[in-house]
Design a protein around this ligand. Structure first.
Ligand code: ZN
Length: 629
């Protein structure tokens, strides 16, 4: 993980009790070997957040986030990994080795330089507004009626028209050209010459949630394209993790317990100018889970006010689904006449705007309006499709809201209430079937099921097998020998498995050590696996049982593959191969039957034969070659 030595990270982990750390944020209740509470990362109504002190991990069965104590702090406090380690080390009274690692020192120094460059650039842009070349920009801003407080609050500035104004200025301040390129302030041309990225644009600094300037947006004054230009993605700045204006709006969002999300810089600034200070903007990108988590830190009531440009609607709906899945209460404002919030506010003022906000449609209503607006819902398929889109929202609702929703759907689709209610019931039944955890949890996390594809028999067996290996990596050898070099079909499992075996080679193996090695998705998966109980007492027996199950799945897949191949060969008439395939099919069937009959001797015998014949003789047509039979 870089510059803090692994041993030190382990010491910090062991001295930072995860239960103690998380208890400061979440009320936890003991439940068996673990503790549960309301998840701080999504709007959790029943405790789906679990802390397992024995393993020093947390996992949420609602939003599927999980990891170790460092990950928790990173998410909760918006820290980098090394910042989280430092924080916990301090609290545990562990002195971290001074940054004697040159690479780390270099990286820290660079971060500081980039931060400094962003701040200097911001000051430069603000000062430029006094420049005579900024006359048009000033005129534009005055025309918007922006007060000095708002201009100052959002630190709006101007980039001069020249190609090197900022470069020259920052150069004099001691900034290196390479740093400015990395910060996204300058662009390196094909000849290697650098020039300013932002020229002749009104400049909007972009802050992260902690108030650090991470990037800029620039707006042209004429018809040059693009109208808005953002900083590129940098080590600091990612559009998918940033909401413009959140830093300025956060107090107000908390006070009003509601956030309004708009599309553009000017929408946010005008809204603040009119006193609607709980407004933020997504930066021209679809909403992400990270956006949702940022919003949930302040309020779960989210109102969308995008302009009704039809091209964006589908993307918008996807974004809204993401937020709703995280537990936000989402509603949508339709602004009349295709205006954006900026236009609307300046033309009609605050009261009509607030009226629009009050009349915001729920997500179900919005989806129905949208579907009805397309005027194509005539056929049964189209009606079913609309229902499929709104049922996940409806299934999560309580009695009265569900009833209201059903009525609306029935009306919009011109169906009877009974028909719609029947379809919903069927939908809900399917949901509970797909869920592998107890019903009690399943009811509360319908949304996750949609995200997580259904686990098939093989994946289920793989998850248990991997769970066993995590506790005792020495089992890995048997699994490799029995199933093959790549025992896990699920790529994430396979990656965790290989990393686990690798980590096991170093002394003092603990499964939690894997959190340092794995990426975010795999970390979530790991914490989930570690939270699960092993089904039974004897790991070796359980392993054997699930290896057999995986082999059965592989045989089944192979059989399906053979039938496909045979179909192909029947067209081409290649007899030689055809007979081999048939023979293999007979073997595979024989193995299954022998196994079913409990004749393990015969099963093994057939397996060995089959392997001898077909792995060696027909290696060329064993498509996957993924494992043994
Ligand atoms: Zn959660």
């Amino acid at each position: 993980m870089g510059f803090i030595p692994d041993e030190v990270i382990e010491t910090v982990r062991q001295r930072s009790d995860i239960l103690y750390v998380i208890s400061r944020y979440v009320q936890l209740k003991k439940k068996g070997k673990s503790y549960t509470g309301l998840c701080p990362f999504h709007d959790d109504r029943t405790p789906s957040f679990t802390v397992t002190p024995g393993k020093q991990i947390f996992h949420c069965f609602g939003c599927n986030v999980g990891g170790d104590v460092f990950k928790f702090l990173m998410l909760k406090e918006n820290l980098t990994f090394s910042e989280a380690v430092k924080t916990l080390a301090e609290q545990a009274g562990i002195v971290l080795p001074a940054d004697d690692n040159p690479a780390a020192r270099k990286r820290d120094a660079k971060r500081e330089r980039l931060k400094k460059a962003n701040n200097l650039a911001k000051d430069f842009f603000i000062n430029n507004l006094q420049h005579q070349e900024a006359a048009a920009a000033k005129h534009y801003l005055q025309g918007r009626g922006l007060s000095p407080e708002v201009l100052e609050g959002f630190q709006i500035g101007f980039a001069l028209p020249g190609w090197q104004s900022l470069l020259d200025y920052l150069g004099k301040k001691g900034c290196r050209q390479q740093d400015l390129v990395e910060a996204g302030l300058a662009v390196s041309g094909e000849t290697g010459r650098c020039y300013d990225r932002f020229r002749n644009r009104i400049m909007f600094p972009i802050w992260d949630a902690a108030g650090r300037i991470v990037g800029f947006g620039g707006r042209v004054l004429d018809d040059t394209l693009p109208k808005y230009l953002n900083s590129p993605e940098t080590p600091f700045f990612s559009k998918g993790r940033t909401l413009y204006g959140l830093y300025q709006a956060r107090q107000s969002i908390r006070e009003k317990n509601c956030v309004i999300v708009v599309e553009g810089y000017m929408d946010v600034i005008t809204a603040h100018q009119y006193g609607i200070t709980n407004t933020v903007a997504s930066l021209g990108t679809a909403l992400t889970v990270e956006h949702g988590r940022l919003l949930l830190n302040h309020s779960r009531n989210v109102i969308f006010a995008y302009d009704a440009d039809a091209a964006g609607v589908a993307a918008t709906i996807r974004g809204l689904d993401i937020l709703q899945e995280l537990g936000c209460e989402v509603s949508v404002v339709s602004i009349p006449d295709g205006k954006d919030p900026d236009d609307f506010l300046r033309r009609y003022g605050v009261e009509p705007w607030e009226e629009l906000i009050r009349r915001a449609a729920s997500l179900i209503e919005y989806k129905l309006q949208y579907a009805a607006g397309k005027r194509t819902i005539k056929t049964v398929t189209e009606k079913l499709e609309v229902m499929r889109q709104v049922f996940p929202d409806l299934a999560a609702k309580g009695g009265v809201e569900k009833e209201e929703g059903l009525k609306k759907i029935a009306r919009t689709l011109n169906l009877s209430w009974d028909t719609v209610a029947g379809e919903l019931k069927r939908f809900e039944e399917n949901l509970s079937k797909k869920w592998i955890y107890p019903d009690k949890i399943a009811k509360n996390i319908h949304t996750i099921i949609r995200k997580e594809k259904k686990m098939d028999a093989r994946e289920k067996s793989e998850s248990i097998l991997l769970r066993l290996v995590l506790d005792d990596p020495s089992l890995g050898e048997t699994i490799l020998a029995e199933i093959g070099e790549i025992p896990f079909k699920n790529d994430n499992y396979q990656r965790i498995f290989m990393n686990c075996l690798e980590l096991y080679k170093s002394p003092g193996y603990r499964p939690e050590g894997l959190f340092n090695i794995l990426d975010n998705d795999d970390q979530n998966l790991l914490s989930k696996l570690l939270t699960l109980d092993i089904p039974g007492e004897n790991p070796v027996n359980i392993m054997k049982c699930y290896i057999a199950s995986i082999k059965r799945c592989i045989r089944q897949e192979r059989r399906e593959g053979i039938l496909e191949e045979i179909k192909e060969l029947e067209k081409s008439g290649n007899n030689m191969l055809y007979n081999d395939l048939l023979r293999e099919l007979v073997y595979l069937k024989g193995i299954d039957e022998a196994e079913k009959a409990g004749n393990s001797e015969r099963t093994v015998e057939l397996m060995v034969d089959c392997k001898k014949f077909f792995n060696i003789n027909n290696g060329d047509h064993r498509g996957e070659g993924r494992g043994n039979i």
